[in-house]
Design a protein around this ligand. Sequence first.
Ligand SMILES: *[C@@H]1O[C@H](CO)[C@@H](O)[C@H](O)[C@H]1NC(C)=O
Length: 246
Amino acid sequence: MRLRHSLLLPIGLCLFLLAVDAAITMGLVSSMVSFLHHNGRGPFAVAPADGSPFPLTGLPANLVVDQGHTANAAGGTALILIGFGGSIALWLERRSRKKWDRSSPFFHIWAVFVLLSWLLTMVALIYTFVETAKTGGQVIDLSVARANPPPARYPDGRWTPENWYAAVLDLPLASAAQRRVINGNLTIMRAWRWNLVPLFILGFILLSLVVVELLRMRRRDAQPVSMVEVLAGPFKRPSSRGGVVH
Ligand SMILES: *[C@@H]1O[C@H](CO)[C@@H](O)[C@H](O)[C@H]1NC(C)=O
């Protein structure tokens, strides 16, 4: 496949979309963190049909949060290193091509970070979905909850915030307003988890575009080369340019 035209424009567009999506991820995760630190702590009034009402503690003792940290790290990396770093790398690349008709080393370094950032997003995606599946489908035992009123935390099980609040909503909550707030914040938790999917796809498209562009630049003036050489880029130019094809 031989491309005549530079892919820098599509790379720039994809970069922009990725940065916007990464910012959305970070915003949603930080909104969840704030909920966990404020109203998410409860207590929530529970009114069982067959017993007296009691206050439910807002948080379980074993709250699983590392998947949220990983997703936040993936979003931050994509926004800062890939989004902001990429804007600079693209600018340097255009300048280098205009002035010296060759690729800039920064563009190659950045390409490595595009790969690493995409891998981190993949880790966050898998980790989050696996933890959510592993801790899903639990129910809050009303007698255990009643025996552990706030400030104690609900002792049983391991819960992601999403699974915990979904189980809270399965209880007969006394207040419709509390139910609405929990429901709205649960949507935010689901949203950041599912948003890892477009983040992953955009990261993959960007990585593909960058690799194709680097290959195109190398093919333009050299014999076929391996991926390793492409990423090593201008640091390691082949000594026999246009020479023997091996
Ligand atoms: C999330 O909870 C906060 C209170 O901590 C509340 O003000 C906000 O409206 C809730 N968000 C949604 C989308 O319901």
